[in-house]
Design a protein around this ligand. Structure first.
Ligand code: ATP
Length: 236
């Protein structure tokens, strides 16, 4: 299976300080892949660089073999690489429907069909479609952030810490919906602090520490890896 997204020797810096230090990884079509690691390891920066939100200073990002790292963010979104930020970045004074509309890069004709797809996936958003985004619960805001990403018809969704601030019930609920999307063939790259969830949901994972990949492999193997267990799963 060829890679949908390939990251090769990527280096990203803020000023003089390198935060992503020669990272290589790949995500194949239809796969769910996790990037785990402690706070400040560089996960968000890596995702932003893949999505063209920040620029890399060395290395390459390829989509189906074609370099995309020099493109502008919106051109990368158009090609189907969609980043859902941990901070959600919704417009609190706009309604659920308006926030979803803002994610739509599709043509006007297919927009309503896409909207239906998102509202079918998240019935809760349909119920609250006229409500202001700022009045939604944390779990609903996360659904809205993912829904807005889906409006752009992603080929790959880069989900940054989707469980941040969610009660356990909503975390479970969100992963159920992500599993549905995965079943429908969506490719997912996931950064997650909740390591057991991330490793249970994905087929493969990379451990990022201090800007470098320290470990990688099948998620179920990493679940049994003593180093992962000690550092991320609280096993003594
Ligand atoms: P977290 O889970 O806390 O978000 P992370 O693994 O996603 O962590 P990043 O957010 O990518 O890590 O941060 C990596 C490093 O880069 C950190 O030391 C952080 O302080 C620094 N950093 C992040 N954004 C900026 C910025 N805009 N300017 C300068 N430094 C930054």
């Amino acid at each position: 299976m060829s890679a949908l997204v390939e990251v090769a020797e990527l280096e990203v810096a803020y000023g003089d300080i390198a935060v992503v230090k020669g990272v290589s990884l790949e995500v194949r079509e239809g796969e769910a892949v996790a990037v785990i690691g402690p706070n400040g390891a560089g996960k968000t920066t890596l995702f932003k660089a893949i999505a063209g939100v920040v620029r890399s200073r060395r290395g390459a990002v390829r989509l189906h073999g074609e370099r995309i790292d020099a493109l502008r963010h919106y051109e990368i979104v158009r090609r189907g690489v969609v980043y859902v930020p941990a901070e959600r970045e919704l417009f609190p004074q706009m309604s659920v429907l308006e926030n979803l509309e803002l994610g739509a890069y599709a043509s006007y004709a297919s927009r309503s069909e896409r909207m239906r797809f998102v509202l079918d996936l998240f019935p809760r958003l349909r119920e609250r479609r006229k409500q202001l985004a700022g009045t939604l619960s944390g779990g609903e805001q996360q659904m809205l952030a993912i829904g807005r990403g889906l409006m752009a018809r992603p080929r790959i969704l880069l989900l940054d810490e989707p469980s941040t601030g969610l009660a356990p019930f909503f975390v479970k609920e969100m992963y159920r919906q992500l599993a549905r999307l995965k079943q429908e063939g969506l490719t997912i790259l996931l950064a997650e602090q909740q390591v057991p969830h991330a490793l249970a949901f994905t087929e493969r994972a990379y451990v990022l520490e201090n800007g470098r990949i320290r470990l990688s492999g099948a998620s179920r193997d990493l679940l049994g890896d003593p180093e992962v267990q000690r550092s991320y799963l609280g096993v003594a």
